[in-house]
Design a protein around this ligand. Sequence first.
Ligand SMILES: [Fe+2]
Length: 155
Amino acid sequence: MDPIFQVLQADHLRLRRQLNSLIDQAVEEFSPGFREFAQALKAQTRAEEREIFPLLMGIPAVVGLLNELADQHHQLEQGLELLDSREVDWPEGLHWMDQVLLFKQKLDFHFAEEECVVDLALDLAPGLLHRDRCVLIAESYRLHLQELSSHHRAS
Ligand SMILES: [Fe+2]
């Protein structure tokens, strides 16, 4: 399996598990556990945009899809802010946990679409994405994510 796809899939799984465990605990507010999850998700999306998206932008067939994924990142960040804002009864009049479940649906959709796009891009451009280069990109993504995560922990 391609190292870029592998590292993304593993991180998506880690974040999905983190959110599922918060949902299982039926927390009714933006607890420290949610804050931690929000920071982990933001760090992950930024590492993707910084290390992986620029490489794939070299493949014309996926540029539109990548822009869509970047828009979804923005919407997910707004969703996290909404969950943290206590204005969650508006506009749908849902309870907080219902809003969290809606957020989870959007996140699952995003992860699934992103994995498809990355898989497609890697299939379309094996010449551009030589395996050695993919190993390097996956490694810099990992390092960038580590750096962002330790920065969040320190602040
Ligand atoms: Fe993403």
